[in-house]
Design a protein around this ligand. Structure first.
Ligand code: THG
Length: 266
């Protein structure tokens, strides 16, 4: 299971304030908290700073690495911003978030994957947008798979993101993702996944319940990577319980450790 901590994202008011004030302490605290809570990677996204995205990325990556020694998931659609972040990554194998099947974006980002030997999140979309049906999703992913492979990316380093839509606007959005995971597992058993959970519950009450259950449902079918808030104790407790029930936790050691750490006390 690969956990990417989502909290360093300038779309969150607390982070954009910290960026404006160059509040190093706050960014460092959030980095340390996420790693302590179990994050394997930290996502770094400063997309809302638009014209200053590159210098903000540089500042964030340096500050974060003064606080923690985990690999980073550099999150931007802009190849120049990605390059600034990747060039500064010091610990482990960095991850690019993300590439898509869009021709121009693919062509611009693939050299960075090769140069920095990164892991890569491939979003399930192309120049026609986000596909609707399972069949269309598989076609998009098949093209991405072939093109990534031709460029030397191994199955081990590919993480497919099925792109979750809100069930409040697309009734079958959850089921579409579940069916897509099943189909990908059959055709490409060795590739990995990555998904953000919060989109699924957008526009509905009790979002935490929907996010947590969707995590369990997707994990049951083979989803093995999530971008989420690792400091959400309830979410992490459910994940640990789910892994134990799926036989992914020998002697239930992680489950018991989570219990002792108080993860099951709300
Ligand atoms: N797929 C990929 N990358 C992504 C996403 C994805 N990057 C961005 C996004 N989706 C995932 N990151 C976030 C970051 C912050 C929030 C949601 C998704 C967010 N967090 C709550 C807030 O600030 O109010 C706090 C979270 C909580 O308390 O549970 O809004 O889908 N490849």
């Amino acid at each position: 299971m690969l956990i990417v901590g989502e909290l360093i994202n300038s779309s969150r008011k607390v982070i954009s304030n910290a960026i404006d004030e160059r509040n190093e302490q706050y960014i460092k605290e959030i980095a340390i908290e996420q790693v302590a809570a179990g994050a394997d990677y930290l996502d770094v996204n400063c997309g809302t700073t638009v014209f200053r995205e590159k210098e903000t990325m540089e500042w964030l990556v340096n500050i974060i690495q003064e606080a923690v020694q985990v690999p980073l998931c550099i999150d931007s659609p802009n190849p120049e911003t990605l390059e600034v972040g990747l060039a500064l990554c010091k610990y482990g194998q960095p991850m690019i978030n993300s590439i898509t099947g869009e021709k121009e974006r693919f062509r611009a980002i693939i050299p960075l994957v090769t140069q920095y030997k990164t892991k890569i999140i491939a979003l399930c979309m192309d120049d026609n947008g986000i596909p609707e049906t399972v069949g269309e999703r598989l076609d998009v992913l098949k093209n991405l798979y072939i093109n990534l492979h031709e460029n030397g990316v191994s199955d081990q380093d590919m993480h497919f993101d099925p792109l979750v839509k809100p069930i409040s606007s697309v009734e079958a959005a959850g089921k579409e993702v579940l069916d897509t995971i099943k189909a990908i597992k059959i055709q490409y058993p060795d590739v990995h996944f990555m998904c953000g959970l919060s989109n699924v519950s957008y526009g509905l009450p009790n979002r935490k319940v929907l996010n947590r259950i969707f995590m369990v449902q997707t994990m049951t079918l083979g989803m093995d990577g999530y971008i989420l808030n690792p400091t959400d104790k309830g979410m992490m407790a459910m994940m640990t319980a789910s892994q134990a029930l799926l036989g992914q936790d020998s002697y239930c050691m992680n489950y018991l450790a989570a219990h002792r750490a108080g993860l099951f006390e709300e």
